[in-house]
Ligand binder design. Structure first.
Ligand SMILES: Cc1cc2nc3c(=O)[nH]c(=O)nc-3n(C[C@H](O)[C@H](O)[C@H](O)COP(=O)(O)O)c2cc1C
Length: 458
């Protein structure tokens, strides 16, 4: 935290006449998507009211930062925290998907963190320290890509886009899962309690979250123009991948129609300048228009997955890289699928969020109308380690090389290093990046000089 930051923030709040409205704005944010039990709400409002009094009296100090952060975040004033160099979760969960696309949240490092010019190989290029932000709303536009590059993230997967505009699911779309502070066992069914007012302080290494965005997408005209600008915005230490997803346009359930739409969308990404296309074969949040509810991830159906990947490979230029993103799969499913995918792809990414049953502490739905949502963060760390270990072993046994982009539960340098040590070529973080916008900087500071498998710069 920059010296004197709290005092400057306090003066700013008072000068903008925001301090006196904070308890009401905080309570409005906390109750936006549901009402906490009265005792909990009273305690939260009481704490915000005490804080307001201390702000007015000029009696706030570093000990108030955790409360100040929580209050400003739910009062919709997280930008002010960033402006004074204080960490905040890197996405405004109260704002809409659209609002957030144009507005990366969280502080930006004054100087881009880098590992002193060291390089690592990835997908036929060499890049800086191999940490990145995977396909998610933290990489949904050129503005986010620029923001992430400035904070030291080098492997940037532009959020999944579709071949036609698609609205987000009803809000809330993203909540902390504050009770989920340890990992599930690989393959364990997850029953998650998450309240929309749950809070995990920035920088926490035990963060978990659940999300249900439903893979929203601007229309191709809009995202292609934005993507071209994002491609131009990254330097030679970064790699930008673009995640795409096809749909079954007429709802007939025909795999060739789905594969055709994946291929068409991948071509649009290629046309916009994507050097690498990643196929989202693992989304846990796709709504089923005919049957209602949420569908299982596509990669659970090996034949459909291979048909989709083969169709995309045929449609793309040979120079465009292709990555298949999978969900956690059990032993027979992964061992059956990977040898069939390996000849078609340059890389395999995983894991996606784990599809989980999610409800509020009072038993009501956290995400209205959607019982299932995607769990990630520390809750999926062991599944990610298990998946990566088996994926690397299959690569070694199979004789066809592909790169591994590993993710799931990376929240600190140790969890980055654990996935890299298993043989991943790059490691990405979504929930960890949400909780700590400076996570890449911390990993580079801890490991930048010693991380193995570096190569000569070109
Ligand atoms: C809010 C949110 C949105 C996401 N959206 C996408 C997406 O559009 N496409 C995709 O392939 N994965 C998506 N993911 C999954 C992440 O890319 C990643 O695979 C997963 O979150 C596991 O990593 P983590 O534990 O670091 O969060 C999303 C994750 C989060 C938290």
């Amino acid at each position: 935290m920059p010296p004197g930051a709290v005092a400057r923030l306090r003066d700013d709040l008072v000068a903008r006449r925001l301090a006196e409205g904070l308890p009401a704005a905080f309570t409005a944010g906390v109750t936006r998507f549901g009402r906490p039990p009265q005792a909990e709400l009273d305690a939260l409002t009481g704490a915000a009211t005490d804080l307001e009094a201390r702000l007015a009296a000029g009696a706030v100090g570093e000990a108030d930062v955790p409360l100040l952060t929580r209050v400003l975040f739910f009062a919709g004033q997280a930008d002010l925290l960033s402006a004074h160099g204080l960490p905040t979760p890197a996405y405004d969960v109260l704002g809409s998907f659209r609002d957030n696309l144009a507005r990366p949240l969280g502080p930006r490092a004054a100087e881009r963190p880098a590992a002193g010019g060291r390089r690592w190989p990835l997908l036929g290029r060499t890049i800086g320290f191999p940490i990145g932000v995977p396909a998610c709303v933290l990489n949904g536009s050129e503005a986010w890509v620029r923001h992430n590059v400035a904070n030291g993230w080098n492997v940037l997967t532009y959020k999944t886009v579709r071949g036609r505009a698609h609205p987000p699911n009803e809000q809330p779309n993203w909540t902390f899962a504050a009770r989920q502070t340890a990992s599930l066992a690989p393959g364990a069914a997850a029953d998650v309690v998450s309240d929309p007012w749950d809070w995990v302080p920035p920088g926490s290494a035990t963060v978990s979250s659940v999300n249900s965005f439903g893979v929203p997408s601007p229309d191709p005209g809009e995202w292609m123009a934005d993507l071209s600008r994002a491609v131009a915005a990254v330097g030679d230490e970064q790699l930008l991948l673009v995640s795409v997803m096809g749909e079954d346009p007429d709802g007939t359930g025909r795999v060739d129609a789905l594969a055709g739409d994946f291929a068409r969308t991948a071509r649009l990404a290629e046309e916009a300048g994507a050097p690498v296309v990643e196929l989202n074969l693992s989304c846990p949040n796709t709504l089923d228009r005919s049957a209602g509810g949420v569908r299982p991830p596509l990669c659970l159906d090996a034949d459909a997955t291979v048909a989709v990947v083969a169709a995309v490979r045929r449609a793309l230029d040979d120079r465009t890289g292709l990555v298949a993103k999978l969900a956690w799969l059990d032993e027979p499913a992964l061992a059956g699928l990977v040898p069939r995918l390996a000849p078609l792809v340059d890389g395999i990414a995983g894991i996606n969020t784990v599809q989980s049953r999610v409800r509020r502490s009072d038993g009501a739905a956290t995400f209205p109308g959607r019982e299932l949502a995607g769990l990630s963060g520390i809750a999926v760390r062991d599944p990610a380690l298990d998946f990566t270990r088996r994926l690397v072993a299959l690569r070694e046994a199979g004789g066809v090389h592909f790169d591994v982009l590993a993710m799931g539960g990376v929240t600190d340098p140790g969890s980055f290093a654990a996935l890299f040590a298993l043989g991943a070529d790059a490691v990405q973080s979504a929930a960890g990046a949400f909780a700590d916008p400076f996570l890449a900087r911390r990993c580079i500071a801890a490991l930048g000089e010693t991380l193995p498998r570096a190569v000569e710069a070109p």
